[in-house]
Design a protein around this ligand. Structure first.
Ligand SMILES: [Zn+2]
Ligand SMILES: [Zn+2]
Ligand SMILES: [Zn+2]
Length: 516
């Protein structure tokens, strides 16, 4: 088994690089807002013990264990999971890499036994085995210690080994043997070790780099696993990196996930998150949930097929609809074209991507509604690649249409909507469409204040973009000529990075938890 997905399934997990107050630090270990309860059909769940408002941190949890992916072991700090140049190598095992001594010291407890095992073996095993080993070492170490902040123990999580397809089961067995080679003195039996691998397989949570653009590792957060899925959830989960930069070590905080309320939540209400992206018709979401998480989604959106009609709608102009045959033909063509776009993008042939997108969008535009998923996926691919190629005007037009469609489908405080709006805002800004750009950046800022919180690095980025565009807008209104010449100069001076949605268009059902 290997974690083959190199891009983040949901572009919403960011590391926080800002100083957290000590009050916040105390709160992060607090589970006072929540309690475990029996939901009935769905098994255990989590509910609130008090009223909550939008943006409130419902719970925060440090990882029980986490590892950096094999492919990035030299580019990502094994302690804080930031992607950085010039990392320092652990002198003992020569495998682990860290930003500096602070990160290394913070992580030593987690790394100590691993360090010895890698040294003895001469090399590190794969990420799965490394994570399982860290989990098992920690279980051994923590035996008998009951922490107030722990609502469940790791080994009580579901492993779903019984539901595993034969191929996956075979790979799991291979990993168990690799683990036994790596830790020959383990106290645990094969069955228990398999159970832990099963738990990692269905509960592993993807960790991203500090920009949220790339998945860099995987970790286990047992309390978070108690939060059930709903396609229209009342909470979002983000990764907060914590802070290691304060001079006084008592103010240092570890990486952790935060569960944040998307709106008002009443006392005793069940807390939910979306395990898969809402932007799929209910049958596709249900299939993905069944396949990855082994349950049948009976949420309100699925049972009432809410918004499915919009996601597959034909375009209506003055009461006239295209024929069913035409809609079917364009839908089939769209699927073919999306596959071709993905292939061209993987091959790095971005001009081919643009050509394919333009041709397909021309055919979709008169037939499919502006909320049709195939059209939105095409718009997403087109705007991403065009802004990468610096064709900002055309990219801006597509990104605006995409965000308008998203707004009719997503929850108003959905993190993906916030991120897409931010990218669209930046694209408009680059295209010189300062007023629309500024408006979108403000809108994105309002969403991310709730989903990511004011201390998050991406929210901070948005805040400075908001101030910058506000200033530019003022100049624009005073003197358009001055604005345009300033903009030209700025564009020549700095190269702009890709504000891309780092997911493939084919990756329709994006999953919250990490899964091969
Ligand atoms: Zn670090
Ligand atoms: Zn080491
Ligand atoms: Zn559902």
């Amino acid at each position: 088994m290997h974690f083959s997905q190199h891009f983040l399934p949901l572009p919403l997990f960011f590391f926080c690089e800002v100083f957290q107050s000590s009050i916040h630090l105390v709160m992060t270990l607090d589970m006072d807002n929540v309690e475990v309860f029996d939901t009935g059909v769905k098994g255990r769940g989590l509910r609130t013990t008090k009223d909550l408002c939008a943006g409130e941190v419902v719970l925060a949890e440090p990882s029980f264990a986490a590892v950096v992916f094999d492919s990035l072991s030299q580019q990502v700090c094994h302690s804080c999971f930031r992607r950085q140049a010039n990392l320092h190598r652990c002198a003992q095992c020569k495998f682990a890499h860290y930003c500096d001594r602070t990160c290394q010291t913070a992580c030593w407890d987690e790394h100590k036994q691993e360090c010895g095992a890698i040294k003895k073996n001469g090399k590190a095993p794969n990420e799965n085995v490394r994570l399982a080993a860290r989990v098992l070492w920690r279980i051994q170490k923590d035996t008998g210690i009951v922490s107030d902040s722990q609502l469940t123990s790791v080994d009580q999580l579901e492993d779903h080994v019984a539901d595993m397809p034969a191929d996956n089961l075979k790979e799991l067995k291979i990993d168990v043997h690799k683990y036994l080679d790596y830790c020959p003195n383990t106290r645990h039996g094969v069955e228990y070790i398999s159970h832990i691998f099963g738990i990692i397989n269905c509960n592993g949570f993807t960790l991203s780099d500090q920009r949220g653009q790339q998945a860099v590792g995987v970790g286990l957060f047992p309390n978070l696993c108690l939060v059930n899925h709903d396609c229209w959830p009342n909470c979002a989960v983000i990764l907060n990196h914590g802070n290691q930069s304060a001079l006084n070590a008592t103010f240092h905080s570890k990486r952790r996930v935060e569960l944040r309320a998307l709106g008002k939540i009443a006392e005793n209400e069940e807390l939910t998150v979306g395990y898969v992206d809402f932007l799929n018709v209910s049958t596709d979401r249900q299939r993905a949930l069944k396949h990855q998480y082994h349950f049948d989604c009976t949420c309100k959106s699925c049972s009432k097929n809410l918004k499915d009609d919009l996601m597959m709608a034909a375009k209506e102009t003055e009461g006239n609809k295209p024929s069913d045959e035409l809609v079917k033909e364009v839908q089939e063509l769209s699927l073919e074209c999306l596959a071709k776009v993905e292939a061209a993008r993987t091959a790095g042939d971005f001009h081919e991507v643009v050509k394919l997108c333009r041709e397909c969008l021309d055919k979709q535009e008169p037939v499919l509604a502006d909320t049709h998923l195939y059209q939105l996926r095409m718009l997403s691919a087109a705007s991403e690649v065009l802004s990468y190629l610096k064709f900002f005007s055309e990219a801006a037009e597509y990104s605006r249409r995409m965000v308008e469609g998203y707004m009719k489908l997503y929850h108003p405080n959905n993190a993906q909507l916030g991120m897409a709006t931010m990218r669209a805002g930046v694209t408009h800004w680059h295209a010189g469409l300062i007023e629309v750009g500024h408006g979108m950046i403000c809108k994105a800022y309002a969403i991310l204040m709730i989903t990511h919180g004011p201390n998050h690095s991406i929210t901070k980025d948005l805040e400075s973009m908001r101030m910058q565009t506000e200033m530019e807008q003022r100049i624009f209104k005073q003197n358009e000529c001055v604005y345009h010449s300033m903009r030209e100069a700025a564009l020549q001076n700095k190269s702009m990075g890709m504000m891309a949605e780092a997911v493939s268009v084919e990756d329709n059902v994006k999953a919250l938890f990490h899964k091969q």
